[in-house]
Every structure is written in C-alpha cells, then in structure tokens.
Write a protein that binds this ligand. Structure first.
Ligand code: PLP
Length: 375
C-alpha cells in the first residue's frame, strides 16, 4: 500500500517555470516579484489592507508583535494548544506568553478563560485559527476594545477562509499568514503581515530589513540604501524573488484547485467519521472555512491505539499540538490547563492535502473504523 503523508505541498510545472524565470533574470533577492506578490495578496484579500511579506509565518508573528511596542514583562494571551512558533515569537518580542484554554469543540481560544487572565501588564491577544476554524472573533475584539489590547491573529492555517462573508485578513487588527511548505499556499517558506494600521506596516517593513529605515522603498526601486539610519531592532526577515515567484503561482491556483479539494476531502472525512462510533470531529462550517488540517477526537483512551493502527497501515498522523505550557521553556506546568490537557490526549490529525484522492480518505476511514472497534 502506498504511504499516505500527513501533509504536503502541490507544486508543478508552473511553479518550476516561475522559479526558472527568476533564475534567468538573475536577481534572486527581494525585488519585483516580492512586490508583485504583495500587491496580488492585497487585491485577493481586499479590505484596503497593506500586505508586508516576510521570510516565514513565525517572522510575521514576531514582527507583528514588535510593531505593537511591547515592553519586557508585557503579557500576551495565547492558546496553549498551538504551534511552538507563537510562544517563541512572543518571547522574541520581549513579552511573556500567558497560556489560555481552548474551547474543545473548535480548539480555539477560550475567551472566558482568557478574559480572566487579563492583568495590568496584558497588551495583546493572539487568537489562533486552529485548522482554519474561526476563533470567537466577536468576543476577541470586544475584550480587546474594553481593555485597550492589540489583536495579532495567527491565521497561518486560515489563508483563503472567510469570516462573516469576507476574507480572513480583510478586516481585524493585525493578521499573520504563513506560506511554509505545507500551508494552504506555499512559497517554500514565507509569510505576511496584513493590517490597516500604517504604523504597523512601516514598523514591519523596516524590521524585516535589519531596521534600515525605508529600505523597502529603495529595494522596490532597484536601489540599495547606503547612507541610512536605524532607529529600532531588525532582522533579515524579508521574502526574496524566488519565494515570491512560487507564491504568485500558488495564489492563482488557490480558488480553482486548492480550496475545492480541501473542502471536498474534509466533507468526505466528516461524512465517513459520522458513521463511525467512538470518534468525534470538531465543529466546522465548510462553506467559509478552508480546512488546513483534519483533526479528530478519539476519546476513552483509544487515541494511541488508533494512531498505531494507522501507522501500521502506512498512514501518517499528527498531534496538533503539544500544549506549550507543558514545555520546559514555558514552565512545564502540568495541571494548569485541564481542558487543553485532556483534549490534547484525544486529538489526532489525519492526512489532508490536495494530493489525496477520495479513495485515500476511504482507506483512512476503514482503518479507523476497525481500530476503534478493536481498541
Ligand atoms: C505554520 C504555522 C505558523 C508559522 O509557521 P512558519 O513555518 O514559520 O511559516 C504559525 N502558527 C501556526 C499555528 C502554524 O501552523
């Protein structure tokens, strides 16, 4: 039986031609493809927002937080059940991540718990669009308004999705996307910061190029900055022409190929799983969500047996995510977040990427069906 991968990219002849074109033109750094990709993203997302591309999704989170002017000891509310990149970005920005519970039906931040954790040091909330699912954005923005907090949305899983009928990224405070190798679209690696706040845009533009003031404008005119000033910390976090060229092709394939394929596979999983006793899906509105991963819940201590059965059949699975509050760097605080901890013990991520066929999904379902019964 063919091995089924958990996730993978879909790049082909068009992406190859786009990369070759950059190589033939001979300027591989940040330049016209980078700018063109940003303009195309701005028009795709809508809402009159600016898009600033960066080297990775984690760089996007880091620079978004830095643009909020966090001071040492400032606190950021974030679900513990997320990619380690969120916690490291908060730490890199000099702030303290305050791990919050998630709502078990959607695995997104529990705003009742988060609101209880607000202190005089709280400066921002980082809701995560887990699997592409929507955090309770009304509550997030209401709490933010009441307490004067910034919102940095980790929408790494949510590119192409809708919220209240408009694209995620077309509204909100600061929204960060990732274009790494397995995301809804890829640049190889990459990410972007989307905002209507011009100070945030300026801060991110400068910080991605070592803090060199207005170096972005110079580069987009094909110049280098020689007599420059630096007023704030910065990194080499920009996106180059090769990455952008791949992303530009991927963006043209998103609505026609990637979104329909992801939704079709997720629907098939949902229909199949609903017929299997002993496993649960999370709540998703597949009209608006573009499913990025396919998490399920396997209760009653059967998760690991199901995982083993899938493994033995050549089917890769994942655990999204090991709660960050259990990690040594973030305090190893077992017992701190009971809901997150039991949910993590039941969560299992099934293969989901556009290269899967309907019969691949049926094969996964058949193994689960048998394994749950035997476990
Ligand atoms: C992918 C991802 C990111 C960003 O990761 P990069 O690999 O740095 O692009 C951030 N948050 C979540 C939840 C992710 O899955």
């Amino acid at each position: 039986m063919e091995r089924l991968r958990l996730s993978r990219c879909d790049v082909g002849a068009e992406e190859k031609a786009a990369v070759m074109n950059v190589l033939e033109r001979g300027y591989l750094g940040m330049g016209e493809d980078t700018r063109a990709f940003e303009v195309e993203l701005e028009s795709y997302l809508g809402g009159g927002r600016s898009v600033t591309s960066v080297a990775t999704g984690c760089a996007a989170l880091h620079l978004a937080l830095q643009s909020c002017g966090l001071k040492p000891g400032d606190e950021v509310l974030v679900p513990s059940l997320t990619f380690i990149g969120c916690f490291q970005a908060i730490r890199a920005a000099g702030a303290v991540a305050v791990p919050c519970e998630v709502v078990p039906t959607t695995a997104t931040i529990d705003m009742v718990d988060a609101a209880r954790k607000i202190t005089s040091r709280t400066r921002a909330i980082m809701p995560v669009h887990y699997a592409g699912f929507l955090p309770d954005s009304d509550r997030v923005y209401e709490v933010a308004r009441l307490h004067g907090l910034r919102v940095v949305e980790d929408a790494a899983h949510a590119f192409g999705g809708l919220r209240n009928g408009v694209r995620i990224g077309s509204d909100g405070d600061i929204v960060c996307f990732s274009f790494d190798g397995i995301k809804n679209i890829t640049c190889g690696e990459g990410g972007c910061v989307v905002t209507a706040d011009d100070r945030v845009r300026q801060s991110v533009e400068d910080a991605r190029l070592l803090g060199v003031v207005r170096d972005t404008a110079a580069r987009y005119e094909g110049r280098r900055s020689w007599e420059f000033d630096v007023v704030s910390p910065g990194w080499r976090y920009h996106m180059n022409n090769i990455m952008a060229a791949i992303g530009r092709v991927q963006l043209t394939r998103l609505e026609s190929e990637f979104i329909p394929a992801r939704r079709r596979l997720a629907r098939r999983y949902r229909a199949g799983l609903s017929a299997i006793g002993g496993v649960e899906t999370l709540e998703t509105d597949l009209e608006s969500v573009v499913p990025h991963i396919q998490p399920i819940r396997v209760p009653n201590g059967k998760r690991d047996a199901v995982r083993r059965a899938l493994h033995d059949d050549g089917i890769e699975t994942g655990l999204h995510y090991r709660p960050n509050h259990l990690l040594t760097l973030f305090g190893a605080q077992r017992g701190l977040l009971p809901v997150t901890e039991w949910l993590y013990d039941e969560l299992l991520t099934l293969p989901l990427h556009v290269g899967l066929s309907d019969s691949d999904v049926d094969r996964v379902l058949a193994v689960i069906d048998k394994a749950v019964e035997l476990a």
